[in-house]
Every structure is written in structure tokens, then in C-alpha cells.
Design a protein around this ligand. Structure first.
Ligand code: G3P
Ligand code: CA
Length: 239
């Protein structure tokens, strides 16, 4: 019997519904996910919203940088039609809306801080102040992840007891120093660039190793056997 690691729904469940929308969070829960990941960045008026790209064009009917639009303007956009007509009118959620829904659905959360260049610390400060105010103390705290060391350093100040994960592409040779400098207990690596010979050393150092984004069930099973703690997937399931 192979131990089943945690599956984390990527951008909610990006294979099942438009990424980073409330519909994607609901789809993840319906599919049996225990945990979801989503991307957070700031609107022009400093409101944290769920959106992956810097630019609106790929996953909404808007155009131009997300951070050039106010929250009110973003809320008028359709972030669902591009995925399919069943999702027409699906809005860009605020962080508050997303966290509220995850609480209702019983989903654990991985908040990826995806700041615009120059807004790394501010994005973390605003987003995590809001998250801390509404996340109940009796629920496991969200995992906070980011490629940005500045965002993670601010996370350590705002929510020091919440776990932090450093996002990387390939695992860098200095992974130990880089995670220790930010008191990260999780390393989040690109599965396509994964050096599997490092899995044991990372586990032995007491770090959780999470990989993104993996949809191939065979490779999932192989990495589970080799000790990967959690896998970010567009198609989360309960098995
Ligand atoms: O969980 C990590 C993963 O979400 C990072 O990649 O580009 O999908 O945000 P990306
Ligand atoms: Ca992400």
C-alpha cells in the first residue's frame, strides 16, 4: 500500500474550471481536494485579488496590467468565458472572498504571493494582514508561498507562525541557505526540473518538499514513492 500524499489543487483546479476563480475552488472541493493553491496580487487601489498573470488578457476579457485597474474595475470583468461558456461571467475574486469560500468548503489553503515587480513586500503585508484577520485560530493556518524572498520576509513579520514555502524552478544548490534565511519549512519546486537525488536530503533536513504542477498520475505515483510530501495538480482528486 502506497501512502497517498497531499494533492493541492493548482489555481483552485485549473484543469476543471477557470483558474483562480471561486468556481475553481468549488471544483477542487467537489473533486475531493483537501487543499488548494491560488495566486494573489494587488489591484491599482491595493486590494488583493486572485490572478496569475501580470496582464489580464489571457484569462479574462480585460486587457493591460492587473495592477493598473482598481478592484471595482476588476470586479466587472469576466474571468470565466475564456475557459468555457458554462463559466461566463465568473468574476475575479478578492482574497477575502476566496478565503471565505475555502473556510466554508473546509479546504486548506496555499496562498501564493505573486506580486508585481516592486510590490513584493507591500503585497505580502496587505494580503496577509487581511488573511490573518479572517482566518480562524482553530483552523490549520494557510501555507504562504512565493518566488519572492521579499514577500516571504514580510510574511514572517505579519504571520510569523504560519508556514512559509520558497518557490523555485530547479532546486538551487544553496536551497538550504535560502530556505533557512527565511525560516521556510517548505520548498516548492518545479517537478519538470526536479533532481530526484535531492529528495532524501531535503526530507532529512526537516523540510517539506512540494512539487508543481503535475497532472500525470504515473509520475505522481513515482514521486510519492520517493518521498514527495505534496503535489500541486490541475486535476486534484481524493485518490
Ligand atoms: O504552487 C506553485 C505553482 O503555482 C507555481 O507556479 O506559475 O502556476 O504560479 P504558477
Ligand atoms: Ca501559483
Amino acid at each position: 500500500m502506497i501512502a497517498v500524499p497531499l494533492q493541492i489543487g493548482h489555481r483552485g483546479a485549473a484543469g476543471l474550471a477557470p483558474e483562480n476563480t471561486l468556481a475553481a475552488l468549488r471544483a477542487a472541493a467537489r473533486a475531493g481536494a483537501e487543499m488548494v493553491e491560488f495566486d494573489v496580487r494587488l489591484s491599482a487601489d491595493g486590494r488583493p485579488v486572485l490572478f496569475h498573470d501580470d496582464d489580464l488578457a489571457r484569462t479574462s476579457n480585460g486587457s493591460g496590467p492587473v495592477d493598473a485597474h482598481t478592484r471595482a474595475a476588476l470586479s466587472m470583468l469576466d474571468a470565466g468565458s475564456w475557459f468555457g461558456p458554462a463559466f461566463a461571467g465568473e468574476p475575479i475574486p478578492t482574497l477575502e472572498q476566496a478565503l471565505g469560500l475555502c473556510l466554508d468548503l473546509g479546504l486548506a489553503v496555499d496562498i501564493e504571493l505573486k506580486p508585481s515587480v516592486g510590490q513584493e513586500a507591500e503585497t505580502a503585508r496587505i494580503a496577509l494582514t487581511i488573511a490573518a484577520a479572517l482566518w480562524p485560530a482553530d483552523r490549520p493556518p494557510p501555507l504562504v508561498t512565493s518566488f519572492s524572498p521579499e514577500a516571504l520576509a514580510m510574511a514572517r513579520e505579519i504571520v510569523p507562525s504560519w508556514p512559509r514555502g520558497l518557490l523555485v524552478g530547479a532546486i538551487p544548490p544553496d536551497w538550504r541557505e535560502r530556505t533557512q534565511a527565511l525560516d521556510c519549512t517548505v520548498l516548492v519546486a518545479d517537478q519538470a526540473k526536479l533532481d530526484r537525488s535531492l529528495i532524501g536530503a531535503i526530507g532529512a533536513a526537516g523540510m517539506g518538499l512540494l512539487v508543481y504542477t503535475l497532472n500525470d498520475r504515473e509520475r505522481m505515483r513515482m514521486l510519492w514513492r520517493e518521498g514527495i510530501a505534496a503535489i500541486c495538480t490541475d486535476y486534484p482528486s481524493s485518490s
